[in-house]
Every structure is written in structure tokens, then in C-alpha cells.
Design a protein around this ligand. Sequence first.
Ligand SMILES: *Cc1c(COP(=O)(O)O)cnc(C)c1O
Length: 373
Amino acid sequence: MKRYCNSYFRVDTQRVIENYRKVQEYIGPSTGIIPVVKGNCYGYGIIPMAKLYKNCCGAEIIACSAMQEAVDLRNAGLEGEIVVIGGIPQHLLDGAVEYDLQIPLFEEKTAYRIQELTSSSEPVKVHIKIETGMNRLGIRPGEDLERLLTLIKTLDRIEVVGVYSHFSTSTSDYNDPFALIQCERFRSAVEQIRQAGFKPKYIHCCNSAAIAWFKDAYFTHVRSCTSLLGHVAMEDGREPIGLMEPLEIGAYITNIHHIDTGESIGYSRAFFADRPMDIATISVGFGDGFYPKWFRSQGPVLINGQRTHFLGCCMDQSFADVTGLECEIGDKVILIGSSGDERITTWDMEQFCGNTFEFLYGTIGTRVERIYI
Ligand SMILES: *Cc1c(COP(=O)(O)O)cnc(C)c1O
């Protein structure tokens, strides 16, 4: 069915497939990739991206953060292994049984609850989450972990298929000292779990930034969202894998008008012209979920190969300075991507907004059409 959207978010799926291949080559054949598709796959669209990873990249297991995300994937027909990696409210745990989902386990209450829920069904597959320094979800190696492992052995409805943890500082620098400490804590937990007789298939603690530099932390699998999407994971912009951005974000000019010195545009007269100007009205606004600073602080745009910038925005529409530019009503406005010899990358926009692309793209709403080529 034809859609009638004012703006678009276009994904070149060949590039995503190529990024997946490059990450696989970078980590080597003995480590697997767990693609992470949480938060609507950082704006890319959770269902198409999960299907792309599973059907075109050969991913064996897909990770999402919330139970409902996993249920949405199942309802969209995604078969195979799915693991929820975020914390799950107790009253939603039956979803794991109903939809055959793998879940995190790091405390006893959930263990007892699973045992109760599965009296007449298959065991639930769990990934034990280890607390190594993030202090968000997880159980500490040593006594606490020992107690949980002892309990699990008495519960026949729990199958341990994984063990994982998450770095809190891997994006800041190669060989970040705290990440090294976290990895050692994780390694000791993995050893403890093996000693207790468990043989988890999935042992994973690297995110995209750690993939770039932390080869000793690869274990059996790495988790990635950022790198597979071709974006830079390190805070300083280092990207050793040679990834490609698959993304173009665009909208359209719906009006062009001339204003004189001293005239204003928009609500509250937010911008005053200090010279005669040509102003284009653009078919995208903060109601489409864009980070307000992007449009309000005069973020860059490309029109017919020419670079200019926003002058402000309303909920559904925004303004750009087109003084002296070649353009007309109906022309495309590129927010992210290339036009002629000009290019605006995700990295450029992260620097401009002072925020990571998870924030910038993760909030982009459904009025912005997702196109997959
Ligand atoms: C979001 C998330 C990831 C993916 O992180 P990237 O840096 O985008 O690869 C991996 N693991 C956990 C636990 C996460 O929450």
C-alpha cells in the first residue's frame, strides 16, 4: 500500500549485510554475532532489521531489550532464538513461556517464578547475567553466584544457555582500565559456572565499542547494534572495521518565501532576519521525533548538493535558510546522507548535537517512512 509520508528514513540493506560480514571477519570465525535490535533498532525498525539479520546475514539468535519487543518479533513471524537482555517486570515473565523466549536470570525470585510457570511446558532458557561493575542488572561472582547456581540445580524447569555482562566504559578508550577489570570479573564468573557443571552455549560481554578493541573479551559471542548499522561506537570517532553508513534521512520543501530585514519566522518570533533572506519551509518537525537541538540550533541540511542549515522548527514543519541557493518547491532536503559532493554523516550530527545517535534516531517516529532498499 502506498504511504503518504512527509519525510523518510531510508536504509540500504546491502550495506547492513556488508557491515555484518565485515564485523564477522574482524572478530574471526570462532566468535558469533548476536545482533541487538532494541529501541526499534535505534530507529531503524525492529521487525525489518531482525528479519534482515536472521534471513540475510545468518544470525542464529536475536537480542532485544523488552518482552514486548520480543513478542512483536514473534507476532511478525520471526522464528528461531530470541533473547531478551533487559530487566523484565515479574508479571511479564509468562511471556517467555508463551513465546519461547530466552531471558536474563540473576536473582532467585525469577528462578522460582519460572519453575512455577513451566509446570506443564518446556523449560525456559536463561542467560545468567553477571554483575561486573555497571550495577544495573546482574549477580556478583563468588558467594552470590554460587547460591544461585545451587538453586538452579534444584529447579528442573530452567535451562542455562548463556552467561553475559555489559561494559560501562568500553566506548571511552581502547584498553580502558575499568573495562579490563569488568572482563576479569566476568571471566571468573564464567569459570565458576563451568565448575558448577553448566555448559552455556552463549558467553557474551562485548558491545560494539568493545568489539573494536577488546579481542580478549570476545568469548563465544559478541553483541552489536551500532557496528552492524555502520555507525561509530568509540567516543573519539575511531572505527577500525571499515563500516559503511546505510542511512539517508530526508524531507521536502513545501514553500519558499522572501523575508525582509527585521521580519521573523515561526512561533514566538523565534528567528529574526538581520538581512533580506529566502526561507524554505520543510516537511518535517519535532513531532516526527527529532532531537530538538538538531533543528533549533541550526543543524546542517543539504539541498541539491548545496549546504545550508535549519532556522528553527514547529511540530510538523521546519525552516531552512535558502538565500542564494538553487532550489524550488518539491525539492528534497537531506538531513543525513549525501547530495552532490556534500555529505552529512551520523558522526557529524552526533558532534553537532552533543549526543549519540541512539538518542538522535531512536526517537524518530512512525510518521517518518522507513524505506528498505
Ligand atoms: C544496547 C546494548 C547492546 C548493543 O550496544 P551497541 O554498542 O550498540 O552494540 C549490547 N548489550 C547490551 C546489554 C545493551 O543494552
